[in-house]
Design a protein around this ligand. Sequence first.
Ligand code: UDP
Length: 323
Amino acid sequence: MILITGGAGYIGSHCTLDLTRAGYNCVVLDDLSEGHLEALQTDNFCRVNLEDVDKLREVFRKYPIEAVIHFAASCYVGESAINPQKYYQNNVVNTLNLLQVMLESNVKKIVFSSTCAAYGNPKYTPIDENHPKNPINTYGKTKLMIENILEDYDRAYGLKYMALRYFNAAGADNKANIGESHNPETHLIPLVLEAASGKRELIKIFGDDYHTPDGTCIRDYIHVNDLSSAHRLALDKLLNGAGSNFYNLGTGKGVSVKEIIDISEKITGKTVKSEIIHKRPGDPPLLFADNKKAQLELGWRPEYNKIDDIISTAWYWEQNRRY
Ligand code: UDP
């Protein structure tokens, strides 16, 4: 059985769905601070906060857990600047708790949800896994700290990990009708689509004087189902005895904020009003992945290579959302 922490959240629920479709048995652990009961893709659910080590131990006693996929974390770049304590507590301390109970229970395989924010301002693009890691925001720092902790735990305790550095997760699984639902929403694509649907008056563009072709930030948007398949492939590899490793997960293509707005207008047939405001602290101008390592070593093939297809699934979700 695979334990999925944060499995009621956006990426965690899609990953549970993917693993279940592939025949894995999953148990989800989530404190529902950000997750949604409606998003759960398994009946095996434990409402636990990773602060609670005793309850965590009970979960490991109750289920025959072979490996863990660890999503549970706080994940807003902007909030991490205002409230770093929350990020060091939820991301670093709570992960230490999880690792402690894993080691006590002799569970020594983990797929970890890391981030491209670990790289900081790119020295070159596309960013490969050897790029220097100098995060410029607290969120990225906490994720890099955990990668460093995992490296030490492998050396000392033989814990094997796959750290997956995501670029920008986007899109939705329209068959299961699950999708992105944050409160408050801060991510670009859902906000643009809310502006398209009339739920929001306009989208605020965080700066248009970056050194990029149209002056707005460039990101690499990767479909959440493609992220999920990469987790499954990384898990398969760990279960087959592979050593620890780390992979970038992105499409390899950069798209600007203005392009996201233009393409969303085309897909939705609606006008999206926008306003340029000040830059958001901690935002690098340009991030996109070199994903060759994941393709080569995990056999991973992202299916959604066009941003239009990714936004279309997010638009379906926006119009049919259950939570
Ligand atoms: N962004 C924006 N307006 C918003 C939200 C985001 O201009 O209301 C920009 C943000 O500066 C970044 C990109 O959109 O360049 C993606 O931001 P998001 O918060 O979705 O993801 P992040 O890159 O922070 O993980």
